[in-house]
Design a protein around this ligand. Structure first.
Ligand code: FAD
Length: 500
């Protein structure tokens, strides 16, 4: 059955990202794309921090970075600062770029460890440009300083989710996507093969389709309510199941920070996402250990400014759909699963889901092989991200609340135990299944949480001397010099992409 009509149900970040990306197909072969959304139901209204691969999505759309950031009042993000995670009073940055550079094929943290053991007390962070720039609240793009002796600055964006959806809507509609306003009241299945054949709107209109993309959010209107796909619950690993979000206007005149902040509290953690015009804030918590009122009160006591809206309470169950692609329905966004926002991975998973869908799509029809490949690849992605998220909770030494006692003592997947064991042994980190997080990501969080390398790759002892020591000194100095000459993040935004 040829695919002539694609129906996207939902117009949040997932729906409009999908619509914008698929609208580009229309330039090749005629295919009708309809997006259905309901203003009355609305969107989840959060999800404003991204990670570097998101830049590729915008490149795919060929959108101009300055224009887009200006339209969404966005800012730059160099990484995430974790406060009070390993223990109370701790703080570390998970940066987007690498620590140092490869020395004779060996990852830098091994070589750093060798010198560290020999008495060089410089922290590994001084060899990372993103951490240093974040520390001083500065920002510049690689193109701005033109230094060949330094790696590029890796960054992502903070963006206003509502404005970004509107921006993508304009993009998609311009390229022929048709938007239908209203609620889907019913879903019809084909009696022979169980495929979704049409959806019925609450005004009685029937919208038929060949391929359906479920972007209906947590409710999973097609993938779950219609197809009963099932959900794999990961609450035992990632116990937070509530959030309260509350944007605020910065009142102290400070500019936006060039990083997301994640501050651990007694039964969860708080995010701060700095945009040009406001901070996004929220408290993610576990209802078994904290009430909604307490969560809000902690949030109100820890935001840098005046609340700019009413609190938005959200409920979720961490985990994933048993299948992401089922028959002729592909779930993207919250309808596919949710692992909580600690490392800003949800929009990323929408992005990689779209990439896989486009790569596997054939407008000549749907086959089992497509479904299987999509599900296998996405399942691996979810599992690797899940392990990385659990790492932050399980490796705490905090014992100041029953929540942290649970996290410290919970059973974790063997894949994660192996990772931390190997790092403790000799700093080895193996990336598997083309996983998202880099060696630096794993090293930054493990060291930040207080896991120390017991040794290093023996080849680090064999690197050229004194050339390596000199190169390391030169790198640190170059980073410090460049960062000193970067403008403040606020000044950079004012010049590069001011709000319209
Ligand atoms: P939604 O925004 O819920 O959109 C669902 C759409 O479906 C809406 O348009 C709705 O109207 C429509 N709909 C539903 N039912 C019907 C119906 N019957 N008829 C018609 N239309 C219907 N991600 C990140 O990458 N970074 C973050 O920092 C981040 N922070 C988060 C914090 C929290 C607390 C939560 C819960 C999520 C966060 N996320 C984050 C995830 C991110 O918000 C989502 O991945 C993203 O917003 C996509 O949501 P969505 O489009 O799938 O769902």
């Amino acid at each position: 059955m040829a695919i002539e009509k694609i129906i996207i149900v939902g117009g949040g970040t997932a729906g409009w990202m999908t619509a914008a990306a698929l609208s580009r197909l229309r330039a090749g072969r005629p295919v009708d794309i309809t997006l259905i959304e309901s203003e009355e139901i609305g969107t989840v209204g959060v999800g404003e921090a991204t990670i570097p691969p998101f830049l590729d999505f915008n490149r795919l759309l060929e959108v101009d970075e300055r224009e887009m950031l200006s339209a969404v009042q966005g800012s730059f993000k160099l990484g995430i600062q974790f406060v009070n995670w390993g223990k109370l009073g701790d703080s570390y940055i998970h940066p987007f770029g690498a620590y140092g550079y490869q020395v004779e094929g060996i990852s830098f943290h091994h070589v750093w460890h060798k010198y560290h053991q020999a008495g060089d007390k410089r922290p590994i962070q001084v060899f990372n440009i993103e951490t240093m720039a974040a520390h001083f609240g500065r920002f510049a793009r690689t193109e701005d300083y033109q230094r060949e002796d330094l790696p590029p600055v890796n960054y992502a964006y903070h963006l206003d989710a509502g404005r970004y959806a509107r921006y993508l809507r304009a993009y998609a509609e311009k390229r022929g996507v048709v938007r239908r306003e209203g609620k889907v009241a019913d879903v019809a299945l084909n009696g022979e093969n169980g495929f979704v054949s049409s959806v019925t709107m609450d005004n009685g209109d029937v919208i038929e389709g060949d391929l359906f993309v479920d972007c209906s959010g947590f409710r999973g209107l097609l993938i779950e309510q219609a197809l009963k796909t099932g959900y794999e619950d990961w609450t035992n690993f990632l116990p937070c199941n509530r959030a309260v979000a509350l944007p605020c206007v910065r009142e102290d005149g400070s500019g936006p920070l060039p990083y997301t902040r994640a501050t651990a509290h007694t039964a969860g953690w708080q995010w701060q996402v700095p945009l040009q015009h406001r901070n996004g804030n929220g408290h993610v918590y576990c209802s078994e250990f904290m009430s909604d009122d307490e969560a809000l009160s902690i949030l109100l006591g820890n935001i840098a400014g005046k609340p700019g809206a009413d609190p938005n309470y959200l409920r979720f169950t961490t985990g994933r759909r048993k299948k992401f692609w089922n028959k002729n329905v592909v779930a993207l966004g919250l309808s596919a699963g949710f692992m909580e926002p600690l490392e800003s991975t949800s929009i990323h998973l929408i992005n990689t889901g779209i990439n896989k869908l486009i790569a596997l799509l054939s407008l000549d029809g749907i086959t089992q092989a497509q479904e299987d490949a999509f599900n296998r690849l996405t399942g691996k992605e979810y599992a690797r991200i899940r392990d990385f998220l659990i790492l932050h909770y399980n490796t705490t030494t905090r014992d100041d609340s029953p929540f942290w006692d649970y996290c410290r003592n919970m059973a974790v997947p063997e894949t994660l135990t192996e990772k931390t064991d190997l790092f403790r042994l000799n700093g080895q980190i193996f990336r598997e299944d083309d996983e998202l997080f880099t060696e630096t990501s794993w090293a930054a969080v493990m060291m930040g949480q207080g896991i120390m390398m017991g040794g290093h790759n023996p080849m680090a002892d064999a690197v050229r001397e004194p050339a390596t020591a000199k190169e390391m000194d030169a790198m640190e100095q170059s980073i410090r010099f460049v960062v000193q000459h970067m403008p403040s993040h606020g000044d950079y935004l004012q010049k590069y992409c001011p709000a319209p």
